[in-house]
Design a protein around this ligand. Structure first.
Ligand code: BTN
Length: 259
């Protein structure tokens, strides 16, 4: 089994900020909770927590995030001094994760706003960005889950049509250590880009988006909206030309995309 080894992840890791400290847990509750504890100390900016298994892994909107032992990359990054806001950070992490997954077997990883990463139209990774409202608002935990070694029947039956793993799409065995290094390098790179020039992030997001130019139905604070996706705004979220007329922006934090 290709267990994650912190020394191998460190080896030749050329990052400025992300992964100066790397912790690997065999099993933990949620890597986001562990990273949030570390994020209480400002010196832990860029600290990364990996786990082979989570007992209470969580996804967006209160969903559970299931992964059997050593099947995935389960990773959380503590940012104690973010220079960018939550919306831009969310776009930046999606771009960074999609690029780290890259093009296994020539099927390029794409972004479904806000934070789903797709391979061949199926979800291969998800991102859960969390902040503690009571903290100074520039503290965040970026939780990233990437499906690596799952087989079709690893997923619950009701999800099997919509989710996948890198191994399933590439017909090979993904090297999780190489992927972990690419992920940290990519997050490090795109955070630097975002701090200098947010347009570069949104331009890359547009190239990788599966939704731009397509019709979307979403729930915003429980209300249903449908329209054509015409853009993304780093400050305010997704822009829809509504079927009912008019243009409206939807912040990721209050929105669930249905279709
Ligand atoms: C989603 O698509 O709903 C987001 C899933 C995020 C899962 C990751 S796995 C590592 C980190 N720890 C968690 O409990 N969740 C995130």
């Amino acid at each position: 089994m290709d267990l994650l080894d912190p020394d191998k992840i460190y080896e030749n890791l050329k990052t400025k900020r992300i992964g100066k400290k790397i912790l690997v847990y065999d099993s933990t509750s949620s890597t986001n909770d562990v990273a949030a504890e570390y994020a209480k100390n400002k010196n832990n900016d860029g600290l990364v927590v990996f786990a082979e298994e989570q007992t209470v892994g969580r996804g967006r909107a209160g969903a559970k995030w299931h992964s059997k032992r050593a099947e995935s990359i389960l990773c959380s990054i503590a940012l104690t001094d973010s220079k960018i806001n939550a919306e831009l950070l969310s776009l930046t992490c999606a771009v960074a994760t999609a690029e780290a997954i890259g093009k296994p077997a020539n099927s390029e990883a794409k972004i479904k706003w806000p934070n789903d990463i797709l391979l061949n139209g199926k979800k291969v990774a998800g991102i859960l960005l969390e902040s503690k409202p009571s903290d100074a608002s520039n503290t965040y935990v970026i939780g990233i889950g990437i499906n690596c070694h799952q087989k079709k029947d690893s997923f619950p039956v009701e999800l099997q049509q919509n989710v996948t793993s890198i191994d399933l799409e590439s017909q090979t065995i993904c090297d999780r250590i190489a992927l972990a290094k690419r992920l940290l390098t990519s997050v490090d790179h795109w955070l630097q880009v975002a701090e200098k020039n947010s347009k570069e992030v949104t331009d890359r997001w547009r190239e990788l988006s599966v939704q731009l130019g397509h019709r979307i139905t979403l729930l915003y604070n429980g209300r249903k909206f449908a329209g054509n996706c015409i853009g993304i705004e780093p400050e305010n979220g997704l822009i829809l030309q509504l079927d009912s007329g008019g243009v409206r922006m939807f912040a990721a934090v209050h929105t669930t995309v249905i279709m």
